[in-house]
Design a protein around this ligand. Structure first.
Ligand code: FNR
Length: 342
């Protein structure tokens, strides 16, 4: 790993340092076992399609890397994994390339390595339509993620302090961009009020990215040299709580689940809670940094593990999974009561 003098390098190496420290909220979710699946494993279709985007499998490599020499190399590894496994891939925020065009290559490498795959660009909600078009163009991206990360900015020593224009920026981008726009949290989750607000400005794809995995309050606190904002490390909703908050919209909007998803069973649980797709970041970062060949093999194994688990649930498709009976306990059940979610 490189010497730490760059924010992007620090984010990647700190996410690896804290890898697996988060407590996944999916432990609160259990399935009801029925003894007769009444289908065969070969009947399972893992593909998902929405808004003109066709995914071979219901999980993808979520936004992380690019913006420095080292994270460009990391992006290349992630793109090889995406290409060899058929996964979609998002880059980290391309804003670094808008500030310094020399960094463009550290993002473009994803498209060059993976010319036929689904590639998403990523940008912060502080940007407007002009920059959104630029980053889509740089990557020839199939979609654009706009990250909404107020708690991270607040804890980040050099972070943004002006959030009042975020909604109008998002609306302008959603109305003016030719590719689908995904509004995305970064590990603090979403409330039903946020989700309704996003819908009201025309956003149809929403990544609720909840807590339980990468914790950007923890990462930014670690980077702070002055007083730390420790209490914000437990800020926000878990991924399960956010999916419960999204229940009212899962029938008409497409909810993407991310945050603390590390294993196939958690992918299945997130899909059963209504997500159309799941995104994994730190887990794939960890696997890419360890061994790319092994990562490819593991992911291929996950596809059959997903099909096996779906068979046990009698689900031939991702849509079928959304009809699965779930038992919700612990903190997630308390959340349902407090927020009147049935
Ligand atoms: C991220 N994440 C992120 N998200 C985003 O929208 N733009 C970005 O540039 C980044 N950068 C980034 C760097 C690193 C190293 C990590 C680990 C993550 C957030 C990420 O996409 C996701 O929302 C959270 O990390 C939660 O998922 P995991 O890591 O718990 O699977």
């Amino acid at each position: 790993m490189p010497k730490q003098n760059n924010r992007k390098n620090e984010h990647v190496s700190l996410s690896e340092k804290f890898y697996e420290q988060g407590v996944s909220s999916f432990k609160d979710i259990r399935f009801v076992h029925h003894s007769f699946p009444q289908m065969d494993v070969k009947d399972v279709d893992l593909s998902v399609s929405f808004n003109g985007l066709d995914f071979e499998v219901p999980f993808f490599i979520n936004a992380m890397s690019g913006g420095s020499r080292w994270t460009g190399k990391v992006n290349e590894k992630l793109a090889i994994i995406a290409r060899e496994t058929g996964l979609a891939i998002a880059t980290g925020s391309v804003s670094a390339a808008l500030k310094d065009p020399e960094q463009e290559s550290t993002f473009k490498v994803v498209r060059e390595t993976n010319p036929k795959g689904l590639v998403f660009a990523n940008l912060g909600a502080g940007h407007g339509l002009k920059n959104a078009k630029k980053v889509v163009d740089i990557l020839q991206a199939d979609a654009l993620q706009i990250h909404i990360n107020a708690p991270q900015e607040i804890v980040m020593p050099e972070g943004d302090r002006e959030f009042s224009e975020w909604i109008s920026n998002l609306q302008e981008i959603a109305e003016g961009l030719d590719v689908p726009v995904i509004a995305k949290e970064v590990g603090f989750g979403m409330s039903r009020e946020t989700i309704h607000l996003l819908e009201s400005i025309g956003i149809k794809l929403i990544d609720i990215s909840g807590s339980g995995g990468t914790n950007f309050a923890q990462i930014e606190n670690y980077r702070r040299t002055d007083q730390k904002l420790d209490d914000l490390e437990s800020w926000g909703q878990t991924t399960v709580e956010s999916l419960l908050e999204a229940q009212e919209v899962v029938q008409h909007a497409h909810i993407i689940a991310s945050g603390g998803i590390r294993r196939p069973i958690e992918i299945v649980k997130a899909l059963s809670l209504g997500a159309s797709l799941t995104g994994l970041s730190s887990q794939f970062m960890h696997m890419a940094l360890e061994d790319v060949e092994q990562a490819i093999e593991t992911i291929q194994g996950w596809k059959s593990e997903l099909a096996s688990t779906m068979t046990l649930l009698g689900a031939k498709s991702i849509t079928d999974l959304q009809k699965t009976q779930l038992i919700i306990s612990g903190q997630s059940a308390d959340w349902c009561t407090a927020r009147n979610i049935s």
